[in-house]
Design a protein around this ligand. Structure first.
Ligand code: SAH
Ligand code: SF4
Length: 341
């Protein structure tokens, strides 16, 4: 049993079944999520017999760091974790201004097959459990705590499609959000999705405070279909229709992600087409130069072309930011380290 898979009511039931008093569950919960303990021996406020029971019954190390990589500017660190069954996932910490943003994985591999994505190129292995998602955050929360720092933002932009693993992803967010535990505000999470329409609808109906980002990358179906097989199931209009529903339900702004690929989707014409489609929607576009991958011949946009794309969008009334390349020297792009193992 993975200790991070348990939410407080389940942990309480378990402790009860062990014949422990009710307050023990809370003590363990606080040890895990407020003291960042990751081994039963650290729970010195508990009786030795209980610590032994915990060591025998609960798995505290469901993800094991196998490899760390630091970018040359020291602002980005990527950790490759080995799961119990041998699959690997990755987590990236990005320091930027006063933020420490953690990019976490929701699956080992991914079933969506986007051609430009290293994770997509490796195929689907399995869903992560909620605890395996939680454990990535706690690993870095602990590491930063030792430097008297905290995680400020968590983005589900590592390996996998979070809306394909909806239940476990939301359970992880809820667990990290618990006010008696880690207490990480819902607004500080961002979920990025390839555009799974029924899940976006569900997410809208749940009216969560979590931020939503949609990977669009193209403004017409022919092009998007070439890049993202999911477009066959849910085309651009269906995705945007659901986005309008989301904004109506929540009043929250949507982010559209756009990997700028030289000569493919980085022209001013494509920007104007995009602006036309996004007109009237509460949104902004987050563009990032493509991270080149082994399995895809596309190249990153140039600085000049990127700026022109942004200007064309903004002239048409759509706010756009171009993200700097972070950690490119450590292959911090989606799935690019695990893919090489
Ligand atoms: N599966 C989700 C979240 C993980 S991918 C999704 O697709 O949205 C996180 C972001 O990285 C997505 O916007 C994705 O399109 C983008 N991405 C994937 N491979 C990339 C690459 N090689 N260069 C730039 N962005 C990439
Ligand atoms: Fe999966 Fe996202 Fe990569 Fe597409 S971009 S293959 S959805 S991880």
């Amino acid at each position: 049993m993975l200790v991070y898979d348990l939410d407080l009511p389940v942990l309480s039931e378990l402790l009860k079944s062990w014949g422990e008093p009710a307050y023990r569950a809370k003590q363990i919960w606080q040890g895990l999520y407020q003291q960042f303990y990751n081994s039963p021996s650290q729970f010195t406020n508990l009786p030795k017999s209980l610590r032994e029971k915990m060591a025998n019954e609960l798995d505290f190390a469901c993800i094991e760091p196998a490899h760390d990589l630091d970018s040359s500017d020291g602002q980005t660190r990527k950790t490759l974790f080995k799961l119990r069954d041998g699959y690997v996932i990755e987590t990236v910490l990005m320091r930027y201004d006063k933020r420490r943003t953690l990019c976490i994985s929701s699956q080992a591999g991914c079933a969506m097959g986007c051609v430009f994505c290293a994770t997509g190129q490796m195929g689907f292995k399995r869903h992560l459990s909620s605890g395996e998602i939680v454990a990535q955050v706690m690993y870095y929360a602990r590491a930063l705590h030792e430097q008297k720092q905290t995680v400020t933002n968590v983005v589900l932009m590592g390996m996998g499609e979070p809306f394909h693993n909806y239940e476990n992803t939301m359970a992880a967010i809820d667990r990290l959000n618990d006010a008696d535990g880690y207490n990480f505000g819902a607004r500080r999470f961002t979920i990025s999705t390839v555009g799974l329409v029924p899940a976006i609808k569900r997410f809208a109906d749940e009216k969560r405070q979590v931020n939503l980002a949609i990977s669009l990358h193209a403004a017409h179906d022919d092009l998007r279909l070439n890049m993202m097989p999911i477009n066959k199931k849910y085309n651009i209009e269906e995705v945007l229709e659901t986005c309008r529903y989301y904004v109506a339900q929540t009043g929250r702004r949507i982010t559209f992600e756009w990997a700028l690929i030289n000569g493919v989707n980085d022209t001013p014409e494509e920007a104007r087409k995009l602006a036309g489609r996004l007109k009237g929607l509460l949104c902004h576009v987050n563009a990032i130069p493509l991270n080149p991958t082994k399995g895809y011949e596309g190249r990153a946009t140039t600085h000049e072309r990127g700026i022109k794309f942004k200007e064309a969008l903004e002239q048409a009334g759509i706010p756009c930011t171009i993200r700097m390349r972070r950690g490119i020297d450590i292959a911090a792009g989606c799935g690019q380290l695990a893919g090489s193992f």
